[in-house]
Design a protein around this ligand. Structure first.
Ligand code: SD4
Length: 330
């Protein structure tokens, strides 16, 4: 074989390996040595993504699956009473009840989801159980609760004193008919954690969990437990998650749209920007709400974009964890 052909063969192999996640390649006449070095990545929504990322990255450093990383990661804000928009301590609905939505999706395209779930601190782990132990994708309400209890999850009171106080103040605002105030506070009092991870084997997974919009109608379910809206993962392409006004995300199949745009060759950043633009173009009231998207592709590249100023996300690239202000459109 000519030396040129040999060189091309090696280079081709090196670039295929790089794409597959083998980033260091060295060859000697006697021995090929490969170093597997797929740098893990975790990206998640909002400030509370920072401690969540640390837990997720620990799983990935220890050669864990992206699926375990995202589940362990989002359990951090789920358990934190200071986070008033996820899990325990979440602000209640219009009737004073805390109702939770969550979903999870792995590298095989398998997924599980719970919606309108009450009294369970870690809906993400129930969603994972639905994915792994049933033939279904989604359980809701009482059925989801019974399934959780039947699988050993403990019933908890999720409404903290602080959340109850905020609820009572909100009720007074209703009595005074300060509807603008209520609407504004709805916009401020909701923040989902959506988390995407790429593990050392080059596999992607995602998780999304929330108590949803504060003061929502009893029974209302947002985008966060809807596969394709609040979360989508395609291990050949990338993963995406959403935060913000769930109705707007559902109307545009947000996370699925972002992943499909990446499939068509867009970078994660371009994909998030186009998806936000789609909402702006199609939804005339877009100035009244916030939506933010995060995306992560197979190569570990990330993107983030929001309708309005204020969306933040946490990015751990394997060596450092950073809180970043997202770019935005209006
Ligand atoms: C929902 N998307 O229930 C969630 C809430 C949220 O930032 O993400 N807020 O609509």
């Amino acid at each position: 074989m000519s030396s040129r052909r040999e060189f091309l063969k090696k280079t081709g192999l090196a670039s295929s390996l790089a794409f597959m996640g083998f980033s260091a390649f060295s060859a000697s006449p006697k021995k090929l040595s490969l170093t597997i070095k797929n740098s893990p990545v975790v990206i998640s929504t909002w400030r509370f993504g920072m401690p969540a990322n640390m837990v997720a990255m620990k799983v990935l450093y220890n050669d864990g699956r992206a699926l375990d990383a995202v589940e362990q990661g989002v359990r951090v804000p789920e358990a934190d009473p200071a986070v008033t928009s996820v899990g325990y301590g979440g602000l209640p609905d219009f009737s004073g009840r805390v109702t939770l939505d969550a979903c999870i999706m792995d590298e095989t395209g398998n997924c599980g989801s719970v919606a309108f779930l009450q009294n369970i601190k870690h809906p993400i782990s129930v969603a994972r159980k639905v994915m792994e132990d049933t033939e279904h994708v989604m359980l809701v309400g009482q059925g989801a609760l019974q399934f959780a209890i039947g699988n050993g999850f403990k019933k908890d009171v999720l409404l903290t004193k602080g959340a109850e106080k905020a609820f009572l103040e909100h009720k007074n605002a209703i009595k005074k008919a300060k509807y603008d105030e209520i609407k504004r506070s709805q916009e401020e009092d909701h923040d989902t954690i959506g988390m995407l991870a790429l593990d050392k084997n080059g596999n992607l997974s995602g998780a999304c969990t929330t108590s949803g919009l504060a003061w929502k109608m009893h029974g209302r379910v947002g985008d966060s437990p809807i596969i394709g809206a609040g979360l989508f993962v395609d291990n050949e392409v990338g993963a995406a998650t959403a935060t913000g006004r769930g109705e707007a995300v559902i109307k545009t199949s947000g996370a699925f749209l972002v992943v499909e745009l990446m499939r068509m060759g867009k970078s994660p950043q371009e994909a998030c920007e186009i998806a936000v633009q789609r909402i702006i173009d199609k939804q005339a009231d877009h100035k009244d709400f916030q939506v933010g998207f995060l995306a992560l592709n197979k190569k570990g590249e990330t993107g983030a974009f929001a309708i309005k100023k204020g969306f933040q996300f946490a990015l751990h690239n394997g060596s450092e964890n950073k809180l970043i202000d997202s770019e935005f459109k209006i």
